[in-house]
Design a protein around this ligand. Structure first.
Ligand code: NAD
Ligand code: TYD
Length: 340
């Protein structure tokens, strides 16, 4: 049994990963999260009484707070492993203002590397994105050798963090792996991203804003599959290596939006084509052959089934996303932990 420090565990993918660790392993989990607008401890409310789980509110860009989280075990012993999700994650927000992206994604990652290295962490998994590779034309897929050509402030800041992790391994032998995953969907995704936004808008009878011509392509992966791949890399991956993770499910945005409407029994008149996102990447697609061959991992969900399950989850958890959309979820921390 090891202690695993998970950063960003109150976010979408991080909370699904914490749940996987507690349900399917016997490891202890320390969830380090700053609780920005995207961090929601309600995602993990049912796990709070688990003796293997603890939460520490900390900002990864502040060394003293990160140090405190690393010493938060009753015997002050450091975690043996770190899985690093904490990030500003939304492209549209980075277009409006990139400063938090540089602070958290770039500076915060270096602070985390420094503390983890000083504490002798044995495995460090940096969770990154396929967006660091830039945009594809009509054909081809991203491999681990594809040059890094990020186009948005979000992907540029993630690329910066990838390079800092790479340099720490090269210079100091820091035992880090990097994963680069395609677009995730599933339970607990903040309703600013395409799929939950479209589901919530359709259920509330609001317009579904489709950027540009709606023909941009994303490679969709169910969040549970991404988490299973991360666990495989954490346990069996080789330090210094990069692993691409993809769903092998390329779809045009308009197909995704129309399928959601169909699953909800709503009409296409809700679709509204709006001004394109500046610098909008046209197509992402992952070549996942390295992780399949080396670690034996493949996605278990197909998109049609995963999307159906996800729509059902949002229908069954209307309270969750309505509280998120109204901002009420932010009261939870105060009630649960007694401060802002
Ligand atoms: P999210 O926005 O849902 O969650 C991010 C979490 O990080 C939140 O809980 C937030 O409170 C926390 N956080 C933000 N700034 C922090 C700081 N300074 N200190 C501590 N915690 C902070 O994001 P997500 O979609 O779950 O993505 C998680 C990670 O996976 C990110 O690194 C992202 O780049 C990567 N990723 C996401 C996708 C995707 O499709 N969502 C795909 C590939 C990779
Ligand atoms: P998003 O979920 O923001 O993920 P990313 O930009 O990281 O791929 O967007 C997915 C795709 O959906 C992307 O091509 C932009 C598009 N999109 C819309 O058309 N309308 C929207 O309201 C949003 C949020 C995204």
């Amino acid at each position: 049994m090891s202690k695993i420090l998970v950063t960003g565990g109150a976010g979408f993918i991080g909370s699904n990963f914490v749940r996987l660790l507690l349900d399917e392993t016997d490891h202890e989990v320390i969830n380090l999260d700053a609780l920005t607008y995207a961090g929601n401890l309600e995602n993990l409310a049912d796990l709070e009484s688990n003796p293997r789980y603890s939460f520490v509110r900390a900002d990864i860009s502040l060394r003293s707070e990160v140090e405190a989280a690393f010493s938060s075990a009753p015997d002050k012993s450091s975690p043996e492993m770190v899985v690093h999700f904490a990030a500003e994650s939304h492209v549209d927000r980075s277009v409006l203002d990139a400063s938090a992206f540089v602070n958290t994604n770039v500076l915060g990652t270096q602070v985390l590397i420094d503390v983890a290295r000083a504490r002798g962490v044995e495995r460090f998994l940096h969770v990154s994105t396929d967006e660091v590779y830039g945009s594809l034309g009509a054909t081809g897929k991203f491999t681990e050798q594809t040059p890094l050509q990020p186009n948005s402030p979000y992907s540029a800041s993630k690329t910066g963090s990838d390079l800092l992790v790479r340099a720490a391994h090269h210079t100091h032998g820091f035992p880090a792996m990097i994963t680069r995953c395609s677009n995730n969907y599933g339970p607990y995704q903040f309703p600013e991203k395409l799929i939950p936004l479209m589901i919530a808008n359709a259920l509330e009878g609001q317009k579904l804003p489709v950027y540009g011509d709606g023909l941009n392509v994303r490679d969709w992966i169910y969040v549970g599959d991404h988490c299973a791949a991360l666990l495989a890399v954490l346990m069996q991956g080789k330090a210094g290596e990069v692993y691409n993770i993809g769903g092998n499910e390329e779809r045009e945005n308009i197909w995704v939006v129309k399928t959601i409407l169909e699953l909800l029994g709503k009409g296409e008149e809700l679709i509204e084509y709006v001004k394109d996102r500046p610098g909008h990447d046209r197509r992402y697609a992952i070549d996942g052959s390295k992780i399949a061959q080396e670690l034996g991992w493949k996605p278990a969900h197909d998109f049609a089934g995963g999307l159906r399950e996800t729509v059902t989850w949002y229908l069954d958890n209307k309270d969750w996303w309505q509280r998120v959309r109204s901002g009420a979820y932010r009261e939870y921390y105060k009630r649960q932990y007694g401060s802002d």
